[in-house]
Design a protein around this ligand. Sequence first.
Ligand SMILES: Nc1ncnc2c1ncn2[C@@H]1O[C@H](COP(=O)(O)OP(=O)(O)OP(=O)(O)O)[C@@H](O)[C@H]1O
Length: 291
Amino acid sequence: MTPDLMEEGARRLQERHAPVATGQTESGGRAAGFSRVATPGEVDITHGRILYLEDVNVSFDGFKAINNLSLDIAPGELRCIIGPNGAGKTTMMDIITGKTRPDSGTVYFGSTIDLLRHNEPEIASLGIGRKFQKPTVFEQLSVFENLELALKTHKGVKSSMFFRLDSAQSDRLAEILHTIHLEGSVTRMAGNLSHGQKQWLEIGMLLMQDPKLLLLDEPVAGMTDEETARTAELFLTLKGKHSLMVVEHDMGFIRTISEIVTVLCDGAVLAQGTLDQVQGDERVIEVYLGR
Ligand SMILES: Nc1ncnc2c1ncn2[C@@H]1O[C@H](COP(=O)(O)OP(=O)(O)OP(=O)(O)O)[C@@H](O)[C@H]1O
């Protein structure tokens, strides 16, 4: 897709969501993206989008799980996605990460990377990290070893025997330990961490790979109130440095972290705006919040 076509598509997308989304989207960080110049090897965000989906469709045995889905995300934005069970949230993430191929539609990472031309590992190495609902850390390894391993895996280090972190990598690891609130648990076995700490460690492992876009599926499910509050803090710290797409059912958490909330229903965007705007939307009340 050429940048011109992309502009045209983005304009149509904006028009479609105009009643609630236009002003909000600008304040979500898009304006900053327009002035940035892309350099080789980087994701081109000169058109103000890190992720762009247009008219995406997926059917499973004739059932339309994703139905002309269009949405875009600005660089550095923290976008919350809500919606009733079966709305298509997981399927959308599966499409972005290459796990599921859509029947039709457009999925771009920045202005130039057509994600539909890439497989799952390629998409991960392009800078899209995904965190599933259940924590998947290496329980028999320490917090430090888990983070180190995430870096090795990302760098494709075959033999770990002679791998040594360089000073920049060590600094990065220390910074991430601080960000995920685990600097006091460096030598603890991951298996001995609390559920919330395991979730933070896995987020740290993704951060070691320096993703441009992070997709997080129900990150606070099963967390204590205190862990949920610290996760909200963590996400607000990550916002701006990374783009985040957070699928969550916990409305208190959404209220703490959200700018723009997208409501998915029946595989399409039903509404988009601030949480107050979407919660006041009759269609949302009917299909989701009122249930
Ligand atoms: N591989 C599949 N085969 C058949 N149907 C599927 C498949 N994957 C998803 N679906 C269906 O597509 C619809 C969307 O599912 P999806 O898991 O994306 O919803 P969701 O919004 O993530 O729901 P939840 O909040 O419950 O996780 C559901 O009706 C689901 O049953």
